[in-house]
Design a protein around this ligand. Structure first.
Ligand code: 13P
Length: 253
């Protein structure tokens, strides 16, 4: 069965000292949790230090982006092998902020996913529609296109290295969360499509996270949906107590 997967995307927040402090608290509190996956995605500058703190804890560390080449004259960029060596086991690809603010399209995202898998990184592949697309009834078509294009180069077994995060653009950082029903509807579309593309068994074990204004107060109701396996949390993951409440969303201990 799929384990709950709780992931914090810190975006461009936290110095190395702040990130390390958070990671130490997380290690202390969550290292022994085996019934769920916990992940944080600090900015590049803090990856190595955070990964050192979390080594052996079972808590995952992700980079928020990677370049599609292994090395080269690409000033300001960071490659997959560098991220893996820094101690990360995951990388986010296709976040809507990368798509809209940095011009990443489906073709580039497909190359990045391929590059990540090649160097042994697992991928949290982010997809989601804009408000305009939702209002025009295009949601299912948009996520289907993003998945088909983004995962073009995937071989059958690669799907095991993948997590999908459905993040409707209109819900990111807006305080406007998708209702559990809205999230479930799209998650079901994603799982059905994954089944068509990669087989039922693979689709069945594929973690599909919801992201977009997830908070301690709405985490449990989202997680109660059949096809919602976890959360990719931005703003509410920055404060330790808030993030930890979401990590422990269904536990009283
Ligand atoms: P918020 O939780 O701040 O809406 O951000 C969601 C997100 O973009 C996570 O990747």
């Amino acid at each position: 069965m799929r384990k709950p997967f709780i992931a914090g995307n810190w975006k461009m927040h936290k110095t190395v000292a702040e990130a390390v402090d958070f990671a130490k608290r997380l290690r202390e509190a969550a290292a022994r949790l085996t019934d769920r996956d916990v992940l944080i995605a600090p900015p590049f500058t803090a990856l190595y230090a955070v990964a050192e703190v979390l080594k052996g804890s079972g808590i995952h560390v992700a980079a928020q982006n990677l370049h599609e080449s292994r090395q080269g004259a690409f000033t300001g960029e960071v490659s997959g092998p560098m991220i893996a060596e820094a101690g990360c086991d995951y990388v986010l690809v296709g976040h809507s902020e990368r798509r809209t603010l940095f011009g990443e399209d489906d073709a580039l995202i497909a190359r990045k996913i391929e590059a990540a898998l090649e160097c042994g990184l697992k991928v949290i592949f982010c997809i989601g529609e804009t408000l305009q697309e939702r209002e025009a009834g295009l949601t299912a078509g948009v996520v289907e296109r993003q998945i088909k294009e983004g995962l073009k180069a995937l071989r059958n077994d690669d799907i095991k290295q993948l997590v999908i995060a459905y993040e409707p653009v209109w819900a990111i950082g807006t305080g406007k969360t998708a209702t559990p029903g809205q999230a479930e509807e799209v998650h079901a579309v994603i799982r059905t499509l994954a089944g068509r593309l990669f087989g039922e068994a693979a689709a069945d074990s594929l973690p599909i996270l919801y992201g977009g204004s997830v908070k301690p107060d709405n985490m449990a109701e989202l997680m109660a949906e059949k096809n919602v396996d976890g959360g990719l949390i931005g703003g509410a993951s920055l404060d330790f107590d808030s993030f930890f409440r979401m990590v422990m969303f269904d536990r009283k201990d």
